[in-house]
Ligand binder design. Structure first.
Ligand SMILES: Cc1cc2nc3c(=O)[nH]c(=O)nc-3n(C[C@H](O)[C@H](O)[C@H](O)COP(=O)(O)OP(=O)(O)OC[C@H]3O[C@@H](n4cnc5c(N)ncnc54)[C@H](O)[C@@H]3O)c2cc1C
Length: 393
């Protein structure tokens, strides 16, 4: 049995598959190890089952990292157009949903099948259900001890992703390897994740669970204008997932539930135009009925607009246009789309993805401290960093 390979890639997700294909194209013998029974599970569940596989406008501005310049080299070597061309070559139909986000028309499985067929073409050996017991460096090469035997290679690529959704295979393997080899790992947080509340605010959100609005959500100078949805635990939706990457414990989040209107002006005008209408009735011209009622009930102001003081109009408008909340936390890695932070990019060469201190050891994809905004950017990072390592292993 062959147990020596030119390259061993650990983690058969987006980045690991891309790296294996590219290394294979260069004539390298590649073994791709996956500890679960299925490869690319995150691709399968991504984008609501349709995989938002890239973004037309993806560039370094869509990423968070202690070194925001780190990702530039990978993006310049393998762009979204390169991945789109691959998708087109496999006749996978796709569409732009909004804001440059590209989704499969049919299913995320199309992307997985494409990657598997490219791996087959390059004779990548994919070994599923392979548990790695140890990874060590000897004088000549790296040795991996697994449940199915020992493997040897002079190039090891760590593509084990982040901590989100442990039930489909996420582990801290990559961070542990980094620590074993004395590499710094930045602080890790669940990101692109719903925010949660307790007490009164929780009851308020629960009573509105399922209701969505377009909102403008802000922390300091960072603003996202997208959908917000109330949940049984707090708030979610694209704008909240986006801002969660910027949120730290005890920080307030300011939410404009009606970003296109100045409610104070509207209510003052309606006091003249429709004096007999109740405030909640007026609000429901702009907000979903249940939300309009809940706001008025929460503030205990639900009277005819004619009888409403300027002070009470201000209270209502501030609640709607400048709702300031302090979440008690996030839903955590159980539902987060990504892990913010990771292996410190200072440890890695941005032009090869190789570790500066240990030749032959590479890190790619989400395990690194490179975290994209929502909208296909995280997959683009996986493709670009996987491609770059594939050219250099
Ligand atoms: C619900 C959800 C939806 C998402 N939707 C999108 C989207 O539409 N667009 C987008 O751009 N991003 C999306 N993301 C984020 C995106 O999926 C990830 O950023 C991306 O998959 C990271 O790729 P990766 O290859 O680095 O890691 P992963 O895709 O997580 O792959 C890592 C692989 O390593 C394996 N592994 C872990 N530990 C070990 C070990 N010890 N031994 C062997 N194998 C191991 C895992 O099982 C997994 O197969 C979504 C994430 C989630 C959770």
């Amino acid at each position: 049995m062959n147990n020596k390979y030119d390259v061993i890639v650990i983690g058969a997700g987006a980045a690991g598959l891309m790296c294996s294909i590219e290394a294979g194209k260069r004539g390298k013998s590649v073994c791709l190890l996956e500890h679960t029974s299925k490869i690319a599970e995150k691709i399968r569940i991504s984008g609501g089952g349709r995989c938002n596989f890239t973004n037309l406008y993806s560039d370094d501005n869509n990423f968070l990292s202690e070194n925001i310049h780190f990702c530039k080299s990978a993006f310049s070597k393998y762009t979204q157009l390169d991945f789109i061309n691959l998708v087109k070559k496999h006749s996978i139909e796709f569409h732009e949903k909004k804001l440059g986000q590209l989704f499969c028309n049919k299913s995320a499985k199309d992307i997985i099948e494409m990657l598997i067929s490219e791996c087959e073409k390059q004779r990548v050996k994919i070994k599923i259900e392979t548990k790695i017991n140890t990874l060590n460096k000897t004088k000549d090469c790296y040795v991996i001890k697994t449940n199915t035997g020992d493997l040897f290679s002079s190039s090891i690529v760590i593509a084990t992703g982040g901590l989100s959704i442990p039930k489909i295979g996420a582990t801290d393997f990559g961070y542990k390897v980094a620590k074993q080899f004395n590499l710094k790992v930045t602080k890790l947080y669940p990101a692109l994740v719903p925010l949660i509340f307790d007490n009164e605010m929780l009851e308020f959100c629960k009573s509105l669970a399922g209701i969505s609005v377009n909102a403008s959500v802000k922390i300091n100078k960072t603003v996202f204008d997208e959908g917000l949805i109330f949940t049984h635990r707090g708030i979610s939706g694209p704008s909240i997932l986006q801002i969660s990457s910027f949120w730290k414990a005890a920080k307030p989040v300011t939410i404009n539930l009606l970003p296109e209107y100045d409610l104070d002006q509207i209510l003052k005008a309606r006091r003249v135009e429709t004096p007999k209408q109740n405030i909640s009735r007026i609000l429901s011209d702009y907000l979903p009925n249940r939300l309009a009622e809940a706001v008025c009930n929460k503030l205990k102001i639900n009277i005819k607009i004619a009888d409403t003081s300027n002070e009470n109009i201000k209270k209502i408008s501030e609640f709607v246009n400048q709702w300031t909340v302090i979440p008690i936390g996030t839903e955590g890695y159980k539902t987060a789309e990504v892990t913010l932070g990771g292996v410190d990019t200072k440890e890695i060469s941005s032009s090869t993805m190789e570790c500066k201190k240990h030749s032959g050891l590479y890190f790619i994809g989400e395990v690194l401290d490179v975290t994209g905004h929502l909208g296909g950017h995280n997959f683009q990072w996986a493709w670009s960093s996987g491609f770059l390592a594939g050219q250099n292993v």
